[in-house]
Design a protein. Structure first.
Length: 470
């Protein structure tokens, strides 16, 4: 194997393609990077074959390589939807000098791209990954034999424009090396699995305790609330009314045609006139499963679960259950709705709006729509979800006794909506808060203190969600 710099230009190089055997030309001009080209038809595998063969040749001639540490990492999602990981290092990173490197070496009925023998007599089974990575069955076989084996990843074939670049990639790039097996790796994996199991079980116990505490708190509120003539207290009435309004809204949305749905969603998302933004009109597999145009259900999902909701965790299973109440789901295949929603959220992840946490869980990391960024910046970043703020502040109000018990979550939501509108119109958040508080018979200083207590604002008020614009 040779490079363009080692031969004459043009057909005089007397080289053939390692992939198909056709004659090559050495192109050594002044403008493009020197390279080989087929003397005639193109070859689909020539570059990959050349990189694979040359990488093995480099191993045999250089006889040294920088290897990363051998570590094992196990991950899983806990009861709170958080990704939990455990890691342990089995061997430190090292620079290995080989006394010999045998290419296409066979050992115990197995053949490797190369087998390197170190100065201490240790043998390393070496695989070069250009097109196909080592499969799981082979890795399991290598682990069962307790061999030291690793794989060098060179699948970005066209990144190597010179032999020197390939030499560095093979011998001096530990980030390209993946350990396949190492003595003691299986035992370490078992130990880490037990450690991870204990972490997950602790999270399950904590989640159960938290849920029980929430249930006890709600039960105490129910017992202490006034009872009406129907034997129901205020909290029960609010919950029933809320559920009834939600069911009514879902029925109305389901019954509306696509044009009416689009009008509703355009108002909610403040969509601009003209073509539908690409963010809510993504061509995903199974997009027809929900009985409406894809821009309708994607706009609805973005509105409900991402838009102006702050940083929070969401579950695709929960979203699918919500969609079942709003759409006539008629999938071509049973898994089509899941595939469509999963693909859309992966698009949102690629676009910087969510982060996958494992399993069906995602975390919202950006809640401002692109078509509103200028508006949000214009009002200092005051763009939050009233429901999120209301729920998070309710316990502060009750615990600190800042205002009377009549300031419910619903009233708080309305206050926050109006506060945002006031601020948008006059540009003075502290004045807007004071004016709104006085209008509703609340102490302005108390209202500012509530906002400050929840990190929504300090005195004077500061934008609550600028961090989501980053």
């Amino acid at each position: 194997m040779v490079g363009p710099a080692e031969v004459q230009s043009g057909r005089a190089c007397d080289c053939v393609c390692p992939g198909c055997g056709s004659p090559l030309q050495a192109r050594k001009g002044d403008q493009n990077v020197w390279h080989f080209a087929h003397d005639g038809r193109a070859c689909a595998t020539g570059a990959e074959t050349a990189v694979h063969l040359m990488a093995k040749q480099i191993l045999a001639t250089e006889r040294n390589i920088r290897l990363p540490a051998v570590h094992v990492t196990l991950s899983a999602t806990d009861a709170f939807g958080r990704e939990r990981s455990v890691t342990a290092v089995l061997a430190k990173a090292q620079h290995v000098q080989y006394t010999a490197v045998d290419l296409e070496a066979a050992q115990e009925n197995r053949r490797a791209d190369a087998v390197g023998t170190s100065e201490s007599g240790t043998k390393h089974w070496i695989e070069v990954f250009v097109r196909h990575a080592v499969d799981t069955l082979k890795v399991q076989d290598l682990e069962a034999r307790s061999w030291m084996s690793y794989e060098i990843c060179l699948d970005d074939v066209h990144a190597f424009t010179s032999l020197e670049q390939l030499r560095i990639a093979v011998t001096a790039s530990p980030e390209r090396v993946r350990w396949l097996s190492y003595p003691g790796m299986d035992k370490l994996r078992v130990s880490l699995a037990e450690k991870l199991r204990r972490i997950l079980e602790a999270a399950e116990r904590q989640k159960a305790a938290d849920d029980a505490q929430v249930a006890r708190t709600y039960a105490a509120q129910v017992r202490s609330a006034p009872i009406d003539r129907m034997g129901r207290n205020r909290l029960q009435r609010e919950r029933i009314r809320s559920e009834q309004r939600l069911q009514q809204a879902n029925r109305a949305f389901r019954a509306a045609d696509d044009q009416a749905k689009r009008a509703y969603l355009k108002a909610k998302l403040r969509l601009p006139d003209g073509p539908t933004p690409a963010l809510v009109d993504v061509d995903v597999r199974g997009h027809a499963s929900f009985g409406v145009s894809r821009d309708v259900w994607q706009s609805d999902v973005f509105r409900k679960w991402v838009f102006a909701h702050g940083r929070r965790d969401v579950s695709l299973e929960t979203i699918l259950s919500w969609m079942a109440n709003r759409y006539d789901i008629t999938p071509a295949f049973e898994a089509s709705p899941k595939v469509a929603l999963w693909t859309y959220f992966k698009f949102l992840e690629k676009s910087g709006f969510v982060r996958h946490k494992g399993g069906p869980y995602f975390q919202v990391i950006r809640d401002v729509a692109p078509w509103l960024e200028a508006e949000v910046a214009g009002v200092g970043g005051w763009f939050w979800a009233p429901r999120v703020l209301a729920c998070s502040l309710q316990h502060l109000i009750e615990a600190d006794g800042l205002v009377g018990a009549n300031l419910t979550t619903g009233i708080l939501m309305e206050l926050f909506k109006r506060l945002r509108a006031e601020h948008s119109s006059n540009g003075q958040p502290d004045d807007a808060a004071r004016t709104l508080a006085q209008r509703h018979g609340i102490s302005p200083n108390t209202f500012l203190a509530i906002l400050a207590s929840a990190n929504v604002a300090s005195c004077p008020l500061q934008p609550p969600t600028k961090r989501l614009l980053a």
